[in-house]
Design a protein around this ligand. Structure first.
Ligand code: NAD
Ligand code: ZN
Ligand code: ZN
Length: 389
């Protein structure tokens, strides 16, 4: 089959690779129809995540048709159209029973690698380094899906692929980011990052009762998207310092909740940006946390900072004093996608949201490299790339 492979930093290539096979009785093989490139894939592409190997198959946002089933998968049938959640989760361990699926204790065969970095291991993730299981990803014609009796959900015939594809990751991720804020009616929420995750965080904050959502980025077309398609007020931080603008826009108190939808490759103008560049180049910090620092600084006293952006390691100049002295709550996590898929599918069915509003580019899988370049450079007004097999 054809698959998009990581070949080194800033280098992906579609290669011929062996077809996946059923290895365990709870596996399914999916023939992929649609798959997407995620902001998290950019961290791999840019070489920010350790333990990638040349030839690894990328991708964790995918859907398709069930073509083969292990004998213990009884809730799916050959021919079913399914969306697959990115965290691989067994459904029966302590964490899965608490619906903390991205912390599944049984799905990372390389847990020892993650333990070295993080103390304990989270779940395995499709196409996301050897430290997180070394699983082949879904930017391919086929994928093996472990624990297929727990993860994938069947999609009703009347919903197009593009409406449901993002149940695999970014819709639940944006929703969980808003959910973690504990939004009360009338609250104001600020969202750093107007990428796809930020766009879903904005929409979800409104769904959960926010009165106003203020979105921050520097790319005009992404800010326009946030305003016109997601309904946010916007700040371009290259034109106005958001740390000055936000108090003015919120009666001097600050937004009730702040969402970081940027993660470890945050950009910052001036001295702060230069500082993080030098420090990461010298391996004195691993991540560039500008958005996180600002989200903490800007938040109303007693508010919540919700971190959907992915961080991998160690950061500098972390304003802990703000968190303690202003009673902030910090919440985070890789999304527990399985917890949100069904309720969010219902919201799509009810017509409350059409997640395909984020798609800017549709390309054949063979053009995956072009998709990565456009997405990483924010070229050609690229917001979200869907690859078609
Ligand atoms: P993206 O690269 O399209 O978007 C990131 C946006 O952040 C860009 O528009 C960029 O201009 C903006 N940005 C950079 N620095 C900023 C700053 N200082 N202030 C404000 N905006 C800034 O990526 P995406 O697909 O939207 O993903 C966003 C983040 O969410 C990534 O870190 C990704 O890894 C993470 N993510 C997390 C999960 C999870 O389960 N927690 C799932 C999916 C993605
Ligand atoms: Zn993702
Ligand atoms: Zn589990």
């Amino acid at each position: 089959m054809k698959a998009n492979c990581w070949m080194g930093t800033r280098h992906v290539q579609v290669e011929d690779v062996p077809d996946p096979k059923i290895l365990n009785s709870r596996d399914a093989i999916i023939r992929i129809t649609n798959t997407a490139i995620c902001g998290s894939d950019l961290h791999l592409y840019n070489g920010f995540v350790p333990t990638m190997k040349r030839g690894d198959i990328m991708g964790h946002e995918f859907m398709g048709e069930v073509v083969e089933l292990g004998k213990d998968v009884r809730n799916l049938a050959i021919g079913d159209r399914v969306v697959v959640p990115f965290p691989i989760a067994c459904g029966h361990c302590l964490q899965c029973e608490r619906e903390m699926y991205s912390l599944c204790e049984n799905s990372n065969p390389n847990a020892w690698m993650a333990e070295k970095l993080w103390g304990y291991s989270p779940c395995g993730i499709f196409g996301y380094s050897h430290m997180l299981g070394g699983y082949a990803g879904g930017q391919a014609e086929y994928a093996r899906v472990p624990f297929a009796d727990i993860g994938p959900i069947k999609i009703p015939d009347n919903l197009d692929d593009e409406k449901v594809l993002f149940l695999s990751d970014i819709f639940p991720t944006g929703y969980m980011a808003a959910d973690m804020c504990g939004i009360q009616p009338g609250d104001i929420v600020a969202v750093w990052g107007c990428g796809p995750v930020g766009q879903f965080a904005i929409k979800s904050a409104y769904m959960l009762g926010a009165e106003r959502v203020i979105a921050i980025d520097r790319f005009k077309y992404r800010l326009d998207w946030a305003r016109e398609k997601a309904g946010a007020e916007t700040i371009n931080y290259e034109e106005v310092n958001e740390l000055e603008a936000l108090p003015q826009m919120t009666g001097g108190r600050g937004p009730d909740h702040c969402i970081d939808a940027v993660g470890m490759e945050g950009h910052a103008p001036g001295l702060e940006g230069a500082y993080d560049k030098v420090k990461t180049n010298l391996f004195l910090e691993t991540d560039r946390p500008a958005a996180l620092r600002h989200a903490i600084m800007a938040c109303r006293s007693g508010g919540t900072v919700s971190v959907a952006g992915v961080y991998s390691g160690l950061i500098d100049k972390f304003p802990m004093g703000v968190i303690v002295n202003r009673s902030l709550t910090l919440r985070s996590g890789q999304c527990h996608v399985q917890r949100y898929m069904r309720p969010l599918l219902e919201r799509i069915q009810n017509g409350e949201i059409d997640p395909s509003f984020v798609i800017s580019h549709r390309l054949p899988l063979r053009n995956a490299a072009e998709g990565y370049e456009k997405f990483v450079n924010k070229d050609d007004n690229c917001l979200k790339v869907v690859l078609k097999t």
